[in-house]
Design a protein around this ligand. Structure first.
Ligand code: NAD
Length: 367
């Protein structure tokens, strides 16, 4: 039987609480699926700062580099507000992403059937929604040089950021986009601002060239402003949206809200393909939620759904990923809801009650 190595990094705040429920799911999969998991745990973020004096210790990074996949909870919290910037919890996560060269950020916006009425859009617009936003994560305007705030010789002050993309950076992202679309509904929207930005013109040229290598996938180009509008007008027209770091940041948040709660949103970040394997980090989109940490009421589903992505993308365990997602849908349909997704008249479930309901449903689906 294949054994997959997993590094679990609970992090801070509700990270610990949601990862505790994920651990139960991994244990279930270990006993009931076609593969086994060898799990190592370590600290990241504020917890790592408290233990190692740094938010990402070298030994932790070394483990992240050698395991098959990393699953994280969330980092941050007011306890570390006064810590030097480079030692703050978030710096640990940024460093991990950088060290693993996680250039492809996948954020699905999937409307789980039982939550269709929780969207800010009309139910018929979002029911059955299944979009994947693919954001370039390691280049673009958030990293480009020169940047800064400066005073010119004539005394005028100005600020600048620089949008830079190398051909190879767009190329590798677009390959991931087409490969993902081939496993979904075979459609890629490449999103930029070719009407006003040189990087947009360049992006479009390279997306078109990479697209010609995938004749079975439909490629459509769209301006980012139009994409934002279309996401709230008719989101079901999209399958995979591939875009740069800045537009991806904005569009993925916009798409996220189509689906309801922050506590339901998973993500994956993938690195380059090396010897047939990609470095991968799976984590919920939400943060450490200091306002509810320690109360046992956080929604663990974003983290569990992130693990479903891990099963699918890192381990090709599609049947198990489907089963886990079905278990979640069935539990929600049975009105087991944590407080963030509970509707009137439903007594909210605790974090561990939600975990227990998922395990019980997995048992039922397996039998
Ligand atoms: P947050 O995502 O932690 O919380 C925003 C709101 O959503 C809060 O009201 C919170 O209670 C609620 N919420 C979030 N996740 C939930 C869940 N699973 N179940 C139920 N409710 C949930 O964002 P924030 O408050 O802006 O940030 C808090 C801390 O988290 C900060 O230190 C921030 O830097 C950090 N953060 C970390 C990550 C990460 O680790 N990837 C991401 C975002 C924020």
């Amino acid at each position: 039987m294949t054994t997959h190595s997993l590094l679990l990094l609970p992090g801070d705040g509700i990270g610990y609480e949601v990862v505790a429920e994920l651990r139960r799911v991994i244990e279930w999969m270990d006993s009931n699926s076609s593969a086994q998991f060898s799990v190592t745990e370590d600290d990241i973020g504020g917890a790592a700062y408290d233990r190692y004096g740094t938010p990402l210790a070298d030994e932790t990074l070394a483990k992240a580099k050698t395991c098959d996949a990393v699953v994280m909870g969330s980092v941050g919290g007011p306890k570390w507000d006064d810590v030097e910037r480079h030692l703050r919890p978030e710096a640990g996560l940024l460093n991990l992403r950088k060290e693993l060269d996680l250039f492809a950020n996948l954020r699905p916006a999937t409307c789980r059937p039982a939550l269709a009425s929780a969207s800010s859009l009309r139910e018929e617009l979002v029911s059955g929604l299944d979009i994947l936003i693919l954001r370039e994560l390691t280049a673009g305007v958030y990293f480009g040089e020169p940047r800064g705030i400066e005073t010119l010789d004539d005394g005028r002050r100005r600020a600048l950021d620089t949008q830079v993309y190398f051909e190879s950076e767009i190329e590798r992202l677009m390959h991931v986009a087409f490969e993902l679309a081939a496993r979904r509904s075979s459609k890629v929207h490449s999103v930029e601002k070719a009407n006003v930005m040189e990087t947009g013109v360049f992006w479009r040229e390279i997306a078109t060239r990479v697209g010609s290598q995938y004749p079975a996938i439909e490629l459509e180009h769209m301006y980012a402003d139009n994409c934002a509008m279309q996401l709230v007008r008719a989101p079901k027209q999209f399958d995979v949206i591939a875009t740069d770091n800045l537009f991806g940041d904005i569009l993925s948040d916009c798409a996220a809200m189509l689906t309801g709660s922050l506590g339901m949103l998973p993500s994956a970040s993938l690195g380059p393909l090396t010897d047939g394997k990609r470095a991968a980090l799976y984590e919920p989109v939400h943060g450490s939620a200091p306002d509810i940490a320690g109360q046992g009421i956080a929604n663990p589903l974003a983290t569990i759904l992130s693990f479903a992505m891990c099963l699918r993308f890192s381990f090709a365990m599609n049947a198990e990923a489907d089963m886990l997602e079905s278990a979640i849908d069935n539990v929600l349909a049975n009105d087991v809801r944590t407080v963030d997704i509970a509707t009137t008249g439903i007594e909210p479930a605790s974090t561990s009650e939600m975990g227990s309901a998922i395990i019980a449903e997995l048992d039922r689906l397996k039998s």
